[in-house]
Design a protein around this ligand. Structure first.
Ligand code: ATP
Ligand code: MG
Length: 393
């Protein structure tokens, strides 16, 4: 095994002042969680401004890097050599051994960039740069120094231990999940809502999800697709509690009592109301949807305003200004696209009118909803009480 340790660099959480330790601890927790499925035993520790992952014994390098690439809050993953050796003559040998093993091809330009976090260390960083550079040149005359655009930027950090690294693999950025409250994602089987959930989790928010199921109009397979999508999102967000609400009776009742061209909007208003009630019960502070302006009739600005009117909680719509292709690009990147495009019916498509209103008037919609007064509250209550909860991880 070439590398036994990784230096984890974080970006934004470095700016959180006194609360920094909370962010670091959340990040360490998420790293441990992500590494659970990876072959190997890992020790995750922190030192001021740095997090380390040490593999104890054999482990799978590729799998480890892939798992770390899914942890929000990580800016860079740097496989490194870590040594206790601070004696400068011996440290030179360590650095040479690093270059020898990591760059067997050798014919490269390089520059040494050392840092003394431990100010008691007797050699200045400039001096270390010069001496270590010379030592590398002496050992490998085919290498060349290039201080402006080196192919290899060799970092040597003197801390409690000495970190030697030059490879930097980009992490996903964002903030560690668990540092920003919890929100309820309205998760359908489409392309947009899993992307929306990913984007909000990336800002540190824990996710729960709700799916409106309409059996027998929507199949068990359609529900399984949503569970599969939740599982894919949970690789980034951590475990997701998925609430499956049976929406059939409510949909049929709206179909029976309201003008068909208003059906989608009224249905969406009930979805939001129910999602919000469950969110309040479970400690979620906001709702998340995959809506994007103008994508379909129910997402014109007028329709969004009509849907939003029933919500008192903030509704996060992270893909609101994205074109479909931009959303597709993210879904491909995060690995949800292939599942999202599986052809299973969606509960909205079954009851869609031929000519849905695209500019709903809120007063008209409210008045249509009065046709539901007799039974709707009871139906909503029953749907919420009888929901199924699935823990997806
Ligand atoms: P998606 O690709 O996310 O399904 P969409 O383009 O199909 O979105 P709509 O069907 O209008 O758009 O739904 C808009 C948003 O409403 C979805 O992104 C999702 O957040 C929510 N939503 C729609 N249908 C459901 C459902 N059956 N269960 C839960 N949420 C839903
Ligand atoms: Mg949909």
């Amino acid at each position: 095994m070439l590398f036994q340790s990784f230096l984890i660099k974080y970006a934004e959480i470095g700016t959180k002042g006194k609360n920094r330790f909370l962010f670091e601890d959340a990040l360490m927790k998420q790293i441990r969680h992500a590494l659970k499925t990876v072959e190997g035993t890992f020790l995750v520790t922190k030192e001021f401004g740095r997090i380390y992952v040490d593999a104890k014994g054999d482990y799978d390098y590729e799998e480890t890097v892939d798992a770390l690439k899914q942890v929000f809050g990580i800016a860079w993953i740097c496989p490194m050599f870590q040594t206790e050796e601070k004696d400068f003559t011996l440290l030179k040998k360590e650095v040479i051994s690093y270059v020898e093993q990591v760059y067997p091809e050798r014919k490269l330009t390089f520059k040494v960039d050392s840092r003394r976090a431990d100010k008691k260390y007797p050699i200045s960083s400039e001096q270390m740069n010069r001496d270590l550079g010379e030592a590398v040149l002496e050992a490998f005359p085919e290498m060349k120094v290039d201080v402006h655009h080196p192919q290899v930027l060799l970092k040597v950090e003197i801390r409690n231990l000495v970190n030697i690294y030059s490879v930097m693999i980009a992490g996903p950025g964002g903030m560690p999940v668990g540092t920003n409250g919890k929100a309820m994602l309205l998760l359908s089987g489409g392309i947009d809502s899993p992307v929306a959930g990913y984007m909000i989790a990336k800002r540190g928010v824990v996710l729960e999800a709700v799916y409106f199921h309409a059996p027998p109009y929507t199949s068990e397979r359609a529900k399984q697709k949503v569970v599969d999508l939740a599982k894919l999102v949970s690789r980034y967000s951590g475990p997701i509690k998925l609430h499956v609400v049976n929406f059939t009776d409510i949909q049929l009742y709206i179909y029976e009592k309201c003008p068909h061209e208003e059906l989608t909007i009224i249905m969406r208003r009930y979805m939001m109301r129910i999602a919000q009630t469950i969110a309040e019960e479970t400690g979620c502070l906001a709702l998340i949807t995959g809506e994007s302006i103008g994508q379909v009739a129910s997402q014109t600005v007028q329709s969004l305003a009509a849907t939003n009117e029933v919500c008192t909680m903030p509704v996060f719509r992270p893909v609101i200004g994205f074109d479909k292709q931009e959303i597709v690009d993210i879904s491909e990147k995060i690995g949800t696209f292939e599942t999202s495009i599986q052809p299973f019916e969606d509960c909205c498509t079954i009851f869609v009118a031929k000519h849905p209103v695209t500019k709903p008037n809120i007063r008209v919609i409210r008045s249509s909803e009065t046709n539901l007064e007799e039974k709707i509250d009871g139906m909503v209550k029953t749907a919420i009480e009888n929901r199924e909860e699935i823990l997806v991880s």
